[in-house]
Design a protein around this ligand. Structure first.
Ligand code: SF4
Ligand code: SF4
Length: 399
């Protein structure tokens, strides 16, 4: 991407309107502009969140350099004068929370992950828009960012007037609700900034009240360590036992706090967007848990090669599937879980044992205990052995 900055002249409002129109053509529902600044309250909130360890195992988020960059967006590009913040709409779930919950033998996947990987789509669209900016703005320098970069994107979106940050910490816009993803172009071109957004959460606490794991520990503060999105996607370890029953059948992310938000009840779809590459694919819309547990490494790779779900790797997704099966209350899951006790991945063996303990009743008790006892004698991984022994103890105490 070209070109080095010279002294920037203010971009006219007519040209700014053309940039917005171009963003629409590139597949963005919204496009706003702000200065490369983050208010002190956002920087302080970020520091408090990090000091409290709420980023969990995402240690990179607490790295000093990345923290500084988040607080000081002007360090992301030399000579930056403006941040163009854009929203890419995605299709919301076509089921209600109750309907999803009732499908006990199916897994719930976050709506943004029903289709192709949004990082790839977002990057392509941002680069296409950046090329247009090169043609429209003349000599300037610019960088595009998606959510992997150290950018406080929700704070920038709010100051750009794109939408306000809801109490669940996602960005909400009056017409689109919160069903969109954010991206940014930092540019040395100088635009008149848009007016900041007004917060319309009011006295509502629906997202806080519905959260299954009480992860929204205060308005505008999500403790990632409790959040099902973090636990099912980012966390690559044994999920703390206290959260497993609360996860229900959510196997990749969680949309609960968005689904109850009143601003999403009447959210309009962005009908003008270019092809919706994030369109739900049938196979990721409430997929059958038993079929997922049968995926070997090769089948997982093929099925999810274009999907963001590949991020969890097979071991993470099937760990989550075991938990969902354990929460299903359906003894028909037991044969598949018994097979999973022999899986090569520790995470899958350990969570299969937990799920079996949840499902075992008098009819299958002896069979499950026999398998757990036999395999615990052969198990070398202390964490899995702990899960096996806890499961055996739990089953014995139940009978
Ligand atoms: S994504 Fe789910 S677990 Fe996380 S804050 Fe929202 S409702 Fe709670
Ligand atoms: S559910 Fe209510 S409090 Fe939560 S983000 Fe939506 S409007 Fe705000």
């Amino acid at each position: 991407m070209p070109v080095l900055c010279q002294t920037a002249a203010m971009v006219s409002n007519g040209l700014k309107d053309r940039v917005r129109a171009k963003a629409k053509e590139c597949g963005f529902a919204l496009c706003h502009v702000t200065r490369p600044e983050v208010g002190g309250q956002h920087a302080d909130a970020l520091q408090r969140w990090s000091d409290a360890g709420m980023q969990g195992d995402m240690v990179w988020m607490a790295e000093e350099m990345r923290m500084q960059r988040r607080k000081s967006p002007e360090t992301m590009l030399q000579g930056v004068n403006s941040v163009i913040t854009v929203a890419m709409h995605y299709t919301p779930p076509d089921y209600s929370l109750d309907e999803a919950d009732a499908q006990k033998l199916c897994g719930v996947i976050s709506a943004y992950a029903h289709g192709d990987d949004y990082h790839d789509i977002m990057k392509k669209r941002l680069k296409a828009l950046a090329l247009e900016l090169d043609a429209m703005l003349g000599v300037h320098d610019q960088r595009v960012f998606v959510d992997t970069a150290p950018v406080l994107e929700h704070a920038l979106a709010a100051s750009a007037g794109l939408g306000w940050q809801g109490k669940h910490t996602l960005t909400i816009q009056r017409q689109l609700g919160s069903w969109f993803l954010l991206g940014e172009i930092f540019t040395t071109a100088e635009f008149e900034p848009d007016q900041p957004a007004i917060n319309h959460c009011g006295s509502c606490t629906a997202c806080i009240d519905i959260c299954p794991t009480r992860a929204i520990v205060a308005p505008y503060v999500v403790d990632a360590r409790r959040c099902i999105s973090y636990l099912t996607i980012e966390f690559d370890d044994f999920i703390p036992a206290e959260f497993r029953p609360l996860m229900g059948n959510r196997i990749y992310g969680c949309d609960d706090c968005q689904m109850v938000c009143p601003w999403n009840a009447h959210a309009t779809k962005d009908k003008d967007a270019v092809v919706d590459l994030l369109m739900p694919k049938g196979e990721n819309n409430l997929p059958d848990l038993a079929s997922l547990l049968l995926l070997d490494e090769e089948a997982f790779r093929i099925r999810f090669r274009k999907s963001p779900i590949k991020r969890t790797k097979r071991r993470g997704l099937l760990r989550n599937v075991c938990i969902a099966m354990g929460n299903s209350g359906n003894v028909h899951c037991i044969p598949a879980l018994l097979d999973a006790l022999n899986d090569g991945e520790s995470l899958i063996r350990g969570h299969a044992a937990w799920a079996l303990a949840r499902l075992t009743d008098q009819g299958n008790r002896e069979r499950v205990l026999a398998a757990l006892n036999l395999l615990s004698e052969q198990e070398n991984d202390p964490a899995v052995l702990h899960e096996f022994m806890s499961a055996i103890q739990g089953i014995r105490e139940e009978s």
